[in-house]
Design a binder for this molecule. Structure first.
Ligand code: FAD
Length: 391
């Protein structure tokens, strides 16, 4: 049965339905038994545990948002709590699902035709097809709305894609990668479902990452990659369509940031209760309690914001700037929180055996991906002032 998290200090989880809570309980049990014991070792070796793909699919955590694939009707807040459960064990685990489910399936759900949704979403939910999402390029990150170099050219009933992508999560083993490319005819950004077995497509693992070491990222090269027109996402016809996908996933990253903070905080609370200095547990020293209370404050404020963004997603009022502020705020608070929690461990806070350094390092990637803090701040700034200040 479901046990509320002590870090959910104001009981936000009480708003979930019994079915949603039962799901979270099952997910937590699986993560505690199968995933938590192996994450430090995989993080040290920068290896992705392949059993995660099937495990997540079997539990039903991929495709929760869509009619075609969801096991039961559920709320966006519930799906946020799913991200929290994953990230409080390991942020890469949450990122794997964020990319496969949020970005890749999300692009097909938001921009695909009914036929494309029916063809791809069920097999992706079942874990038989793993997805990646290729927007960022070596020369275009924050400016991808204007700066994409990858091109797509219509040739009869096919499209020919050329270019390079960088940082693409899951792409060392994905079966399909959603590739965003500029149509040479109208200069608009369009989206394509590219099977990774297509000739001309190659992906190379990015080595030596010191953040999110478990999830794999790749550089992709596309050389005259030819795909049928049926794989062009029917409703992905300008960057505005890409932004519709990111509106949902940026809110997911805010939730993932809360989960990452909670993972570090739970480790710190446990350590503060065990470690003895000056004849008493460090948790009974006032300055350590200050760090814990500030961390809980950050977690709580971020959770409140995430709950509200998810409600707005459900009632259709969520705009880009709502997700952007939640992402920028939650990841900034996470960065403070994981640092305070690491501090509580003293020297032990820098070895993976004590978990907290993993959360500390992983937080850096969450802070920068899906739009850096600056980009998300500029989206909010545009909403406040009516002036876009990106360029
Ligand atoms: P740049 O755009 O070069 O930015 C560098 C710095 O300059 C940042 O601090 C930025 O905020 C700042 N800056 C840039 N322009 C401005 C401005 N106008 N005003 C103020 N400051 C500015 N991408 C994908 O497409 N798919 C993925 O699956 C994916 N996964 C990722 C996973 C990881 C672990 C990482 C690290 C990245 C991933 N990304 C992915 C890419 C990610 O979205 C980009 O790294 C991010 O958008 C920033 O782009 P950049 O790294 O090129 O930095």
């Amino acid at each position: 049965s479901f046990t509320p998290l002590a870090s959910d200090f104001y009981g936000f989880e009480t708003t979930l339905t019994e079915q949603e809570r039962d799901f979270l309980a099952r997910l937590r049990t699986w993560l505690d038994t199968d995933i938590k014991p192996i994450v430090n070792d995989h993080w040290n070796r920068a290896e992705f545990p392949r059993q995660l793909i099937k495990g997540i699919a079997d539990i039903g955590a991929a495709g929760l948002a869509w009619e075609e694939t969801r096991p039961f009707e559920n709320s966006a807040a519930f799906r946020g709590w799913v991200a929290v459960e994953l990230a409080r064990v390991d942020a890469s685990v949450a990122t794997y699902l964020g990319v496969h489910n949020g970005l890749a399936m999300g692009a097909i759900a938001a921009c695909g035709s009914a036929e494309q949704r029916a063809e791809w979403l069920p097999k992706m939910a079942a874990g038989n097809v793993v997805g990646a999402f290729g927007l960022t390029e070596p020369l275009s990150g924050s400016d991808s709305a204007q700066g994409l170099r990858t091109t797509a050219r219509r040739d009869g009933d096919t499209w020919v894609i050329n270019g390079e992508k960088r940082w693409i999560g899951n792409a060392t083993f994905s079966d399909v990668t959603i590739i965003w490319a500029k149509d040479v005819d109208d200069n608009q950004v369009k989206g394509f479902i590219v099977p990774t077995s297509t000739p001309g497509y190659s992906a190379t693992k990015i080595e030596n990452k010191q953040s999110l070491r478990i999830v794999q990222n790749a550089d992709i090269v596309l050389e005259d990659v030819r795909i049928p027109h049926s794989l062009k996402l029917e409703n992905a016809n300008s960057f505005r369509d890409t932004a519709r996908v990111l509106r949902a996933t940026r809110a997911d990253v805010a939730w993932g940031a809360v989960g990452t903070s909670i993972g570090a905080y739970e480790a710190a609370v446990a350590y503060a209760g065990e470690r003895v200095q000056f004849g008493k547990t460090i948790g009974s020293h006032q300055l350590v309690q200050d760090l814990l209370a500030k961390s809980l404050g950050n977690i709580t404020a971020s959770l409140a914001l995430c709950m509200r963004v998810s409600d707005m997603q459900d009632d259709g009022t969520q705009k880009d700037e709502h997700s952007a502020l939640a992402k920028a705020f939650a990841t900034s608070r996470m960065r403070e929180t994981v640092a305070w929690c690491r501090e509580i461990f003293g020297g032990n806070g820098i070895v993976t055996e004590y978990d907290v350094i993993r959360f500390f390092m992983d937080a850096e990637a969450l802070y920068s991906y899906e739009g850096t803090r600056e980009m998300n701040t500029l989206i909010v700034g545009r909403a406040i002032t009516g002036t876009a200040a990106f360029v």
